[in-house]
Design a protein around this ligand. Structure first.
Ligand SMILES: NC(=O)C1=CN([C@@H]2O[C@H](COP(=O)(O)OP(=O)(O)OC[C@H]3O[C@@H](n4cnc5c(N)ncnc54)[C@H](O)[C@@H]3O)[C@@H](O)[C@H]2O)C=CC1
Ligand SMILES: O=C(O)C(=O)Cc1ccc(O)cc1
Length: 284
């Protein structure tokens, strides 16, 4: 029997747990700061047990999954470093950043514990286990960031436990992970949130703005409805990457402004046509 402890029973942790329940010999215990989340997750069959004393359960677990916002994840890792975990136990997380988390993992490694970072590249603007789905990660990339101390056997064990997510696993260096997710996920999030704020200013002056919103606005801004706690923490942990990317973004906007000022037909066409070609080549 494999004992799993899920810390942070939300959308992502809950979805990983639901997928793992396809394996017969797994018992999942859940811990969350909000007891009402645990009760709901138990009634939905996401977890088998509700945990009140998290240290006792952590010290019994074969696998510990951290499903909390990334700042909370680091704080919890500090506690785990002090606890007497099983020798073979593997700790993983689902956080959207990896460099700060792998840095915090050094303390765990020093105390002889095994931490392998994880990040499934699928999700939603909705939060909470109430939205968890066993098939959320089917076909999605699932990044694993092993440390220098991780053995092949440990990586295989974790991949086996997570295999019912039906995700495509890829191992990556934490720094590269944060650079790539900065480009494809964190910067787009900043742009969506800032666009919504700009639109709100106009909507406050003219109510027609709100009424004219259509599918294009919905598609480009859906993610602005995501958890502010989660995105506050991601922005702080991937701050350096985001600052560089925002410099690029401002240069790009300067270029767009110049294109409009010049108003050359061919140049404007090429700008949109190049964007379309690249966007059409990305399968999501
Ligand atoms: N939402 C998304 O689309 C994706 C999120 N992620 C990452 O997954 C993690 C979780 O995100 P979601 O599941 O969306 O958030 P969520 O808000 O649905 O779940 C987080 C859960 O953690 C609990 N929690 C917060 N602090 C805690 C603490 N100190 N101890 C115990 N429980 C605590 C909350 O009560 C909540 O139930 C984040 O690190 C996020 O960066 C990764 C991929 C996609
Ligand atoms: O809502 C969406 O479509 C997302 O893209 C969700 C998402 C949010 C954070 C991640 O680290 C990964 C995926």
């Amino acid at each position: 029997m494999t004992k799993v402890l899920l810390v942070g029973v939300g959308l992502i942790g809950g979805s990983v747990a639901l997928s793992m329940k396809k394996q017969q010999d797994i018992v999942i215990a859940g811990y969350d700061i909000h007891t009402s989340n645990l009760e709901m997750a138990k009634s939905k069959g996401i977890i088998d047990e509700m945990v009140l004393d998290v240290q006792i359960e952590a010290e019994r677990a074969d696998l510990i999954i951290l499903g909390t916002p990334v700042e909370q994840t680091i704080q919890f890792m500090e506690k785990l470093a002090e606890w007497d975990l099983k020798d073979q136990a593997i700790i993983t997380d689902v956080g959207s950043t990896k460099w700060s988390i792998m840095k915090a993992a050094e303390r765990l490694n020093e105390s002889g514990k095994t931490f392998i970072g994880g990040h499934p590249m699928a999700g939603s603007h909705e939060s909470g286990a109430v939205h968890a789905r066993a098939d959320l990660f089917r076909g999605a990339r699932y990044v694993l960031t092993p440390s220098a101390e991780t053995t092949v056997a440990q990586l295989e064990m974790l991949t086996k436990w997570l295999s019912d997510t039906e995700a495509n696993f890829i191992t990556m260096d934490a720094k590269e992970h944060d650079q790539v997710t900065g480009v494809i996920s964190h910067l787009p999030h900043m742009i969506a949130a800032s666009l919504v704020r700009q639109v709100e200013e106009h909507a406050n002056k003219n109510n027609l703005v709100r009424q004219m919103a259509a599918g294009g606005f919905r598609d480009i801004t859906r993610i602005a409805s995501s958890s502010p706690v989660m995105w506050r923490d991601i922005s702080r942990q991937n701050r350096e990457t985001l600052l560089d990317l925002l410099e690029d973004w401002m240069k790009e906007m300067q270029q767009v402004k110049q294109l409009l000022e010049k108003s050359d037909q061919q140049e404007l066409y090429t700008y949109f046509s190049d964007a379309k070609t690249f966007r059409d080549s990305i399968c999501i």
